[in-house]
Write a protein that binds this ligand. Structure first.
Ligand code: AR6
Length: 167
């Protein structure tokens, strides 16, 4: 069975099989959730990221989780919000490609931060709509797989945005 859970939390504390990092194209670390994940995982994470040679917007790459509870980190790069048509498409790609990569690695639980809604400026409500639909579409298409999705919200605004959509 597939599940979705919305929870206010620090994603570095998630004990899912993998957590998703809202990274930038260099995959070499940054602020926000990216900084928090690198600090919690330890320097070996950056060392492995250096071997990946970056990542395009909307795509996803996997590494080990090192000192995190999660065994793996899936690094994806959200769009920098521009108000153009391809913002929602690229944001959707982040969720779909991360879920596909988790499945390809045999993982059955995954935690997502609200990708692009911090430094990258995507309005929280709009992002929550795109993200929630991407996740539910994927779960419907992969109904037999058994994936537990945790939407790890760092603040009340994000929790409320997801709750208002899911209810
Ligand atoms: N756990 C869960 N969510 C968090 C955490 C945490 N520990 N810390 C922040 N958030 P952002 P972006 C939330 O800025 O907008 C980095 O420098 C935060 O409140 O981390 O995709 C990268 O290197 C917000 O809701 O990511 C890139 O350069 C969400 O995570 C750039 O920022 C995303 O905020 C990516 O920007």
């Amino acid at each position: 069975m597939n599940t979705i859970k919305i929870q206010k939390m620090d994603i570095t504390q998630a004990d899912t099989d993998c957590i998703v990092n809202a990274a930038n194209k260099s995959l070499l670390g940054g602020g926000g959730v990216d900084g928090a994940i690198h600090r919690a995982a330890g320097p070996e994470l950056l060392a492995e990221c250096r071997t990946l040679h970056g990542c395009e917007t909307g795509q996803a790459k996997i590494t080990k989780g090192y000192n995190l509870k999660a065994k793996y980190v899936i690094h994806t790069v959200g769009p920098i919000y521009s108000g153009r048509e391809d913002d929602p498409m690229l944001l959707r790609d982040c969720y779909i490609n991360s879920l596909n990569l988790a499945k390809a690695n045999g993982l059955h639980s995954i935690a997502f931060p609200a990708i692009s809604t911090g430094v990258y400026g995507y309005p929280v409500k709009e992002a929550a709509e795109v993200s929630y639909k991407a996740v539910t579409d994927w779960l419907t298409e992969n109904a037999d797989y058994g994936m537990d999705v945790l939407l790890a919200c760092f603040n009340d605004k994000t929790v409320e945005a997801y709750r208002s959509i899911s209810e």
